[in-house]
Design a protein around this ligand. Structure first.
Ligand code: FE
Length: 287
């Protein structure tokens, strides 16, 4: 069982048009956790009717963005001509590759009625050989995402990427990635195989967990050491433990990052900025 290397408490930031996010990384102490570049917990924030905020037009190049909604709904649109709604339980796995411009705004009904926005955005780096591939979407409704539940209902696992508990994700990844949402009832435990060499992280959404003898609670990120082939944890409090479990193969390649562009070298960042500024990543509504 892997030991815990560090426990990091999320910082708070404002993103897009003023959405409050809890962000364990990047911060000035922790830039990236190869192959992961960013984790944002959007909200949870309660909006009055007409007040919900979103993420207006912005570009991406060189990595993947994964949106997973727990509550609320976002309307997505991009410069390649894609459009869709990411509602509660849905996942949008976007491979930005060479680049595009997109927006994620509150979905019409959600904006009108108000309600709670609660979800996640994860950025996963692409290997050098994939940074300029054509953009690809895997818009995956909740009903298509495999879920395991134990007979006594004490363990619930949603398999967004990778395999767990005999379930295999429907989403394809460019490099080996595990992305699970795990909910444990008080006292329940969970163990997951993680191949040697892979980075493994757990972000606690709610509740209290015991991770190899160390406790972490909501808005804390557990970084596992790379010292064994499985991770395990237990719901330690009197409430259910809900967390995201992530693992991925480190790329071990140079990283040059500037806002929404993540490449290997500064010259490639300058190129991305000028491609965006000169409209070569397109414009929403003008395919
Ligand atoms: Fe984005």
């Amino acid at each position: 069982m892997r030991s815990v290397k560090a426990i990091v408490t999320a910082t708070t930031a404002r993103e897009g048009a003023g959405v409050t996010v809890h962000r364990p990384f990047p911060t000035h102490n922790l830039d990236n956790i190869d192959p992961f570049l960013l984790l944002d917990h959007m909200g949870p924030v309660d909006y009055a009717p007409g007040q919900a905020a979103g993420f207006p037009d912005h570009p991406h190049r060189g990595f993947e963005t994964v949106s997973y909604m727990l509550e609320g709904a976002l309307q997505h649109e991009d410069s390649v001509g894609n459009k869709g709604i990411i509602a509660a339980g849905d996942v949008q796995w976007m491979t930005a590759g060479a680049g595009l411009v997109h927006s994620k705004m509150p979905e019409e009904n959600f904006r009108k009625k108000g309600g709670r926005l609660n979800g996640f955005q994860l950025w996963i780096n692409l290997p050098k050989s994939d940074k300029l591939i054509a953009p690809r979407y895997q818009d995956t409704p909740s009903a298509n995402i495999p879920v395991y539940e134990s007979a006594d209902k004490s363990v619930w696992v949603k398999v967004i990427a990778g395999s767990s508990m005999g379930k295999k994700a429907v989403i394809a990844t460019r490099i080996p990635i595990l992305y699970l949402h795990v909910i444990l009832q008080p006292g329940a435990s969970f163990e997951q195989q993680v191949p040697p060499g892979q980075t493994a992280l757990a972000y606690v959404i709610e509740g209290q967990g015991n991770f190899a003898g160390q406790e972490a609670g909501s808005d804390q990120l557990v970084i596992f050491a790379n010292d064994d082939e499985s991770v395990s944890f237990t719901a330690a409090g009197d409430k259910a433990l809900s967390l995201l479990l992530l693992a991925g193969q480190p790329l071990n390649e140079p990283i040059a990052r500037y806002g929404p562009f993540v490449m290997n070298h500064p010259a490639e960042i300058r190129e991305a900025v000028s491609d965006y500024q000169e409209g070569r990543m397109g414009e929403i509504g003008r395919k």
